[in-house]
Design a protein around this ligand. Structure first.
Ligand code: ZN
Length: 82
């Protein structure tokens, strides 16, 4: 049996300029227990450059909102002076 794997953008179906997108951002993953961090093969989606860029803009807005709403800085370092 021959299996052909064709990679396409999981969002728009494009076959060009494909990138790997980690579903769980590293800024959150680094705080996970080691057993969860070591099993991340299912955490990657294929996205084209355009879809990836569009996603990252929206994700950054949400990350900033979460950081403010829950007082959890994105970089993991809390600035007590603010
Ligand atoms: Zn796309």
């Amino acid at each position: 049996m021959i299996v052909f794997l064709i990679q396409i953008c999981n969002c728009c179906g494009s076959e060009e300029y494909l990138t790997q997108h980690h579903v769980i951002p590293n800024s959150y993953r680094k705080f996970f227990p080691i057993d969860l961090k070591s099993n991340n093969f299912h955490d990657i989606l294929i996205l084209c450059g355009d879809c990836h860029s569009e996603y990252e803009l929206k994700a950054n807005e949400l990350k900033n909102k979460i950081a403010i709403d829950y007082d959890v800085p994105i970089d993991g370092v809390k600035n007590e002076d603010v």
